[in-house]
Design a protein around this ligand. Structure first.
Ligand code: AMP
Length: 412
């Protein structure tokens, strides 16, 4: 059945009112499909990327089920456990789930690594309805007997593919062994590798499969462009693109942590308002960088893939691939930071001759061709004419050179 309004789901008044406040009127495709299944106590296997509305797709019906049921969590436990791969995603999920439930009496806790444990332990002491956690810190607290899983009735695994990429499989297996046998499970992943499939099969019982967009689909609202440029001119090209778009909000991706710092310094020196985020930063600093950028105190966020995956920041107009990635799926994730919720956006790849193979790899995956822009002051015909190499060979070459030439060249 296709619903056209949230009213059709018969969610309680408190949730309906919060949706009104958030100006959600029409359920997205995944919400239309998943909400009735979850309300019917079905396990769900959702293949969906961020940007599709998947968070509300699982939060709304689960909050409804929590409200309808009279059960209470025991001390140090929770009724709904939501696992997320990174701290940023856990924080983002926590904010979203609370925004859907702010009129209810449900209570919440958030647990992630890189910060002190005392407050988190305290927040769990009496038990909570909803716990959002990253697997590592959750296990850590369990080892100190500060969290228990006896009351878990609902489990959500968000971005399961990312969890596996990050090597969380053992933590997940340990956690799953501790959960009560009888529970409803929701499993979300952007991609479906054999590894993800095996993990899903070990968790889900007779699930409903809900797939909203095939993996590696790029939103039609993202305008993809390539600018061929020599390595030593990339910084000048970046200045040029930013200056050409004075109202832009730029997410700039680089390959390595040290490049985020150097590029951030160069942009700041030029007078741009810039934040930097990479996996090395302390949690508080990472969150501060995201907040600055999200709130508009800065116009540019320089990031690595690890730090930026899944971030949902409104109003980003440009994703700049300052350095391309050899992982074609990461290209898709990067450019998925624009063109969200119906907004138009640009994804511009600064491509050297060596990186040309990376772009070709991404085009093959997405089955889309990226538009060439030659009308830019640093166009490199030499880069454009470079013959394609195998991705592995290009990667070896680029990494070899990075080891030697790690300085960012300043524009003359
Ligand atoms: P997600 O895929 O959960 O990260 O959601 C992507 C974005 O879409 C978030 O900014 C949500 O707040 C927004 N969103 C989710 N569902 C709806 C909806 N039904 N109507 C309008 N916006 C929505």
């Amino acid at each position: 059945m296709i619903n056209s309004k949230f009213l059709d789901f018969q969610l309680c008044d408190e949730i309906q009112r919060s949706l009104k406040k958030l100006k959600y009127t029409t359920p997205t495709a995944i919400q239309q499909k998943a909400i009735p299944e979850i309300l019917n106590a079905k396990d769900v296997l959702g293949i969906a990327q961020t940007g599709t509305g998947k968070t509300a797709a699982f939060c709304l019906p689960l909050l409804e089920l929590l409200i309808r049921s009279k059960s209470k969590p025991v001390k140090r436990s929770c009724r709904l456990l939501i696992l997320a791969p990174t701290r940023e995603l856990a924080i983002q999920l926590f904010k979203k789930v609370k925004s859907y439930a702010y009129l209810t009496n449900l209570n919440f806790a958030l647990v992630y690594g890189g910060v002190g444990k005392a407050e988190q332990i305290e927040s769990l002491r009496e038990g909570v309805d909803v716990l959002v956690a990253t697997p590592g810190r959750l296990l850590d607290l369990w080892e100190y007997e500060k969290v228990e899983f006896d009351s878990v009735e609902y489990l959500v695994l968000d971005e399961a593919d990312r969890m596996l990429d990050m090597g969380f499989i053992e933590e997940l297996e340990d956690l799953l062994r501790m959960l009560p046998e009888k529970r409803q499970n929701l499993f979300f992943s952007a991609t479906m590798s054999q590894e993800v499939k095996t993990l899903s099969e070990s968790i889900l019982k007779n699930p409903s499969l809900i797939e909203v967009a095939p993996p590696a689909t790029v939103s039609a609202d993202v305008d993809q462009k390539v600018m061929y440029v020599d390595k030593e001119h990339k910084l000048k090209l970046l200045f040029h693109v930013i200056e050409e778009n004075p109202d832009g909000k730029f997410l700039v991706f680089v390959d390595m942590k040290r490049t985020t710092r150097k590029l951030g310094q160069e942009l700041a020196k030029k007078g741009f308002r810039v934040s930097v985020i990479n996996g090395d930063k302390l949690q508080a600093a990472r969150q501060q960088a995201i907040n600055e950028f999200a709130k508009g105190s800065t116009d540019i966020l320089v990031a690595t893939d690890v730090a930026a995956r899944g971030l949902d920041i409104k109003g980003v107009t440009h994703v700049i691939n300052y350095e391309l990635t050899h992982i074609a799926e990461s290209y898709v994730h990067r450019i998925g930071r624009v063109g969200r919720a119906g907004e138009k956006g640009y994804a511009i790849s600064f491509t050297t001759g060596d990186e040309k193979s990376y772009l070709a790899h991404a085009e093959k995956l997405t089955k889309e061709s990226v538009e060439l822009v030659t009308k830019q002051p640093f166009h490199s015909q030499k880069a454009f004419d470079t013959p394609l190499m195998k991705v592995g060979k290009a990667k070896a070459k680029i990494e070899r050179e990075k080891g030697k030439v790690e300085r960012l060249k300043k524009p003359r």
